[in-house]
Design a protein around this ligand. Structure first.
Ligand code: MLT
Length: 258
């Protein structure tokens, strides 16, 4: 598969570190990590298909988390990166990590699973996502998504610059791209049964005020992964990489399984 995923790349030497963002975000959510880890790693941070500056493929209307994993492998292939990589995924980025583990385990050296889940949507949650997707297309705006998701993505008291950055990222995507990605979220599989078999060294990062992927839920599934270390960041909401960048980077430096 040829690739047209847009990405930023920084760092000249060291292992390859791939940062995969959540929904409805893009690589900007990793700005602090890109500059920090480029000191010691070759960092790649793509905009997933349909989000940020990466358009959908011609004729494409829906995506799955497996499609995203295939796209990331195509990107690595196009960059001639064959060595196993460190994969950091936040939320939807984590949902994609599970598909990388399922299809391409030999391409993974370590996993950093941030603020993510292993269960699929309930039928009510999936139905709400499909409704939101329709509304996004009809109104040609991410506003309905922001209305529903901002209170879940960010805690009530947060730096207004982060709220603005999240809104800006949502507005960079096209309505069609948002629609296709809501489909990916709503159709993602339950991967619970995979976890005890994952032999890839993993760091699982959760946070106290995350209402999408609570620390209790994340701690429970992390305990079923034979090679996972679990950390919960105090006083932080869902988008840990943006809300507490220094703490996030420190936790990765101190605990990352490389
Ligand atoms: C994300 O941050 O990627 C999404 O909030 C995930 C979700 O809604 O399940």
């Amino acid at each position: 598969m040829s690739t047209t995923l847009q990405y930023v790349r920084q760092g000249q030497a060291g292992p390859v570190f791939l940062f995969v963002h959540g929904f409805p975000l893009n690589h900007d959510q990793w700005q602090s990590q890109i500059s920090e880890f480029a000191k010691t790693h070759r960092v790649i941070a793509p905009d997933l298909r349909g989000l940020g500056t990466t358009p959908l493929r011609p004729g494409q209307t829906k995506l799955t988390t497996e499609d995203h994993a295939d796209e990331l492998i195509a990107l690595l292939d196009s960059l001639q990166i064959r060595e196993p990589i460190i994969f950091a995924g936040l939320s939807m980025g984590g949902y994609i990590a599970w598909q990388m583990v399922r299809k391409y385990p030999e391409r993974l050296r370590a996993l950093i699973l941030c603020n993510t889940r292993v269960v699929n949507d309930t039928s009510e949650q999936a139905a709400a996502r499909f409704q939101l997707a329709e509304k996004t297309l009809q109104t040609r705006s991410p506003q309905a998504i922001l209305d529903v998701m901002l209170p879940k993505l960010l805690p009530p008291v947060v730096n207004p610059a982060i709220v603005d950055a999240v809104k800006q990222m949502a507005h960079q995507a096209t309505p069609e791209g948002l629609y296709a990605n809501l489909h990916a979220l709503a159709t993602r599989p339950n991967v619970t049964s995979m976890l005890p078999g994952i032999q890839i060294p993993s760091l699982v990062i959760s946070s106290e005020f995350d209402t999408i992927s609570s620390p209790a839920e994340m701690g429970q599934w992390a305990a079923t992964m034979p090679k996972a270390k679990f950390v919960s960041l105090p006083g932080v909401g869902h988008i840990t990489s943006m809300e507490a960048p220094q703490l996030f980077n420190q936790v990765v430096r101190e605990n990352a399984p490389w």
